[in-house]
Write a protein that binds this ligand. Structure first.
Ligand SMILES: C[S@@+](CC[C@H](N)C(=O)[O-])C[C@H]1O[C@@H](n2cnc3c(N)ncnc32)[C@H](O)[C@@H]1O
Length: 449
């Protein structure tokens, strides 16, 4: 393996990238070269271990950590000739333990799936089949027609929701849980007929709506790892009483709909101290969340019971929503109170536009202006969009990542991730083809060369 020359253990970054999935059976040197050329970077050096246990491994050294970050964002979870590539930072060996350090934060476990050539084709499979018919088959997560494999939802987001709901104590009278579980009955809902219960808010659209919101939850985790190099769970107040850090993360769900579904899904998934969730929509009918608190004395359910849901519900246009103040720098005293020091708050704004009709550019401009004017580069902003129609969610800057989330039960499933630091805006590369994003006119257009 290549040992890193430049190592940032706090962020778990290095100048060396560790790539798996690329060197597999039947792969030629030309294939490897073709893959590496997708980044348009000249690597300083490369090293292969063809017969490594668990599959071949490849290390490439970049000129700097900065360059490695760009390449990692392009390569990680890229689909190449039927294989999903994993690309992590090589962190070398810990001199104290002699063990190899493993990078965790930059790795998002939900794979991006794509329409692709079927793998492991058995040449005899189609023997005796009428050549005018195309064989079709399906598995639990994809449909195969001829040589092509088309991903379809495996239901992973619904499975995650079931397990999430189980984690919450006092879930029977929590309106957020009721909403995401399709049990919420609005207070003004009328009974349809005698002896017939009023229907829940989604009707038969529940599965579709919840996969959309859970896709946004997943995209927040992916975006934080991609753009900030850290998982969501690392952004939280320190458990120690002397609080050696201060964290504020605000998640704005613009165009959230009549009920705050995405904001509720976020609040339940990321119940971390220092996080706030804001649902914004002119049609919003706020949930009564006064009673939606869990017992603060019960410490058995780590993270899930120590505070009320921090859900803010704003009925109005996103243009009329006044952004809350940024938190002041946090001052801490030493134990003997002889000295005090200021610790800057780690601040992240996350804007989520799930099939939203709110004019996102206006909201994003305000977010950026505020962050840059007050804090400079130490505060960060991320925008995540899944557009349904028209161009409400277009932003005039290149996205950091674009992909289709096939776990969403809707054809409008393209997710785009943006952030305030252009460092993490690699050109998008798809299956060896380059998709160039022209953003200089403000009229963004994607073209495949
Ligand atoms: C297609 S619906 C999507 C609702 C929900 N996010 C979903 O996925 O089911 C679009 C939403 O955008 C909201 N909307 C339209 N203009 C808006 C604005 N200026 N600010 C905030 N929301 C807006 C509408 O009220 C509507 O609820």
């Amino acid at each position: 393996m290549l040992e890193p020359n430049d190592l940032d253990l706090k962020g778990e970054f290095s100048d060396v990238l560790f790539i798996t999935g690329l060197l597999c059976k039947g792969r030629s040197d030309e294939d490897v070269e073709q893959f590496l050329s997708m980044s348009e970077v000249n690597f300083v050096e490369a090293e292969q271990q063809i017969d490594a246990p668990g599959g071949g491994k490849l290390w490439v050294r970049c000129e700097s950590i900065r360059q490695a970050k760009k390449v990692q964002a392009i390569f990680h979870q890229q689909s190449f000739k039927g294989a999903v590539i994993m690309c992590r930072y090589e962190l070398g060996f810990d001199p104290e333990t002699g063990k190899r350090r493993v990078s965790r934060n930059s790795i998002h476990t939900t794979c991006i799936r794509r329409v692709q050539q079927r793998r492991g084709e058995n040449n005899n499979r189609n023997k005796g089949v009428d050549t005018h018919t195309v064989p079709a088959n399906y598995s639990y997560r994809s449909l195969s027609i001829g040589e092509m494999e088309y991903p379809f939802p495996s239901g992973v987001y619904l499975a995650r929701l079931i397990s999430l709901v189980q984690k919450w104590p006092n879930r029977t009278d929590d309106p957020l849980i009721e909403l995401v579980s399709n049990n919420y009955i609005p207070p003004n809902a009328k009974k349809k007929k005698k002896n017939q219960n009023p229907s829940s808010v989604f009707g038969n659209r529940y599965a579709k709506e919840i996969t959309e919101s859970m896709a946004m939850v997943d995209a927040v985790e992916r975006a934080m790892k991609l753009c900030l190099g850290r998982s969501t769970s690392s952004f939280r107040l320190s458990a120690s009483t002397n609080r050696n850090n201060n964290v504020c993360v605000r998640v704005y769900c613009v165009g959230d709909g009549k009920y705050p579904v995405s904001a509720a899904a976020m609040a339940l998934n990321y119940p971390y101290p220092g996080w706030e969730f804001i649902s914004i929509d002119p049609l919003l009918e706020p949930l009564d969340i006064d009673n939606a608190t869990n017992d603060p004395e019960d410490n058995h359910h780590h993270n899930y019971d120590r505070h009320r849901h921090r859900l803010v519900q704003f009925t109005g246009l996103s243009q009329d929503y006044v952004l809350p103040d940024l938190p002041a720098a946090f001052t801490t005293s030493s134990p003997d109170e002889s000295s005090s020091s200021e610790i800057e708050t780690e601040y992240v704004d996350v804007v989520v536009a799930c099939h939203s009709h709110a004019p996102l550019q206006e909201f994003w401009d305000r977010i950026l202006e505020r962050i840059h004017s007050r804090y400079g580069s130490s505060c960060r902003a991320i925008a995540i969009t899944m557009a349904c129609c028209a161009n409400y969610s277009d932003i005039t800057q290149p996205p950091s990542l674009v992909f289709d989330d096939y776990e969403v039960y809707s054809p409008k499933r393209q997710i785009r991730i943006y952030n305030n630091d252009n460092l993490f805006c690699p050109q998008i590369v798809k299956e060896g083809r380059k998709e160039s994003i022209k953003s200089n006119t403000g009229d963004r257009q994607a073209s495949v060369k």
